[in-house]
Write a protein that binds this ligand. Structure first.
Ligand code: DGL
Length: 263
């Protein structure tokens, strides 16, 4: 079976990384829309247009299911895409529910892009689960730029986070929800500035389990898939990633994500 995994940039690699562990039998096409990143600072109309194009590209490549490995794209375009296509479309949303369930009377911080933070989808999610009003939402668009520039654990990143979070008492928080897939690269930096017992919650395991279940439920997991090891192709916007230098870069990103997965 062939699965398309899509993000505006390298954030979605964190979803691909987990999906390859949870569903290793699949062939993946990973699409990073690097020509248009960052989505989180564009208008909703612009984002929808970019997502529409990228998903069309993946469908034309023969993908039988699509994962929107981008909270911003999910917030803006998932209903539109589900209306347009018959194949399964799996989105990612900030994991507000588990965070509220785990929070031991402390506060929950959701960090996301400005589009996700200001969108109705996140507001509705918080309204459904945050009865005790313990959830705060903070937009951190600078992290998307740092990630796309391969700057992950520098003093600049720490200064940026300290600056953006200066108005919050970080000791009040026990849960940090990563509401943007790019933020997975910064788990070590978040861990440095928050209290030691902070739980960092990303949606990667949830989405990957959801993907596996959806594939099975839709009859896309065939006998021929059993025990096989699938392949991965990478695309930057519509261009296939082929050069040795670019593939080496992707390998290094996976290496970092493997370290971050364990935080
Ligand atoms: N990685 C994306 C997300 O999960 C968006 C980053 C961006 O392009 O602003 O929201």
């Amino acid at each position: 079976m062939k699965i398309g995994i899509f993000d505006s940039g390298i954030g979605g690699l964190s979803v691909l990384h987990q999906a390859m562990l949870t569903l290793p039998e699949a062939d993946y096409i990973f699409y990073a829309d690097v020509d248009h990143v960052p989505y989180g600072e564009k208008t909703r109309e612009e984002v929808r247009e970019f997502v529409d194009h990228a998903v069309g590209f993946l469908v034309n490549k023969g993908c039988q299911a699509i994962v929107l490995a981008c909270n911003t794209a999910t917030s803006v375009a998932i209903s539109y895409l589900r209306d347009k296509y018959k194949l399964p479309i799996i989105g990612i949303e900030p994991a507000v529910k588990p965070a509220v369930e785990h929070n031991h009377r402390k506060r929950v911080m959701v960090v996301a892009t400005p589009v996700t933070a200001g969108g109705a989808k996140l507001k509705n999610l918080i309204m459904r689960f945050d009865d005790a009003h313990v959830v705060d939402v903070v937009a951190l668009p600078g992290l998307v730029r740092f990630a796309q520039n391969d700057e992950f654990d520098s003093q600049n990143v720490i200064n940026y986070l300290n600056n953006e979070l200066a108005g919050y008492n970080l000791n009040d928080y026990s849960e940090l929800v990563l509401g943007c897939t790019h933020f997975n690269y910064f788990k070590d930096s978040f861990a440095k500035i928050f209290p030691d017992d902070l739980e960092i919650i990303d949606g990667n395991m949830g989405v990957s389990n959801n993907l596996r279940n959806t594939i099975v439920k839709n009859g896309l997991f065939t006998d021929a898939d059993k025990g096989r090891k699938g392949s991965v192709e990478y695309y930057y916007s519509d261009r296939k990633v082929e050069s040795g230098a670019e593939m080496e870069h992707v390998r290094k990103l996976h290496e970092r994500l493997e370290r971050m997965r364990k935080i």
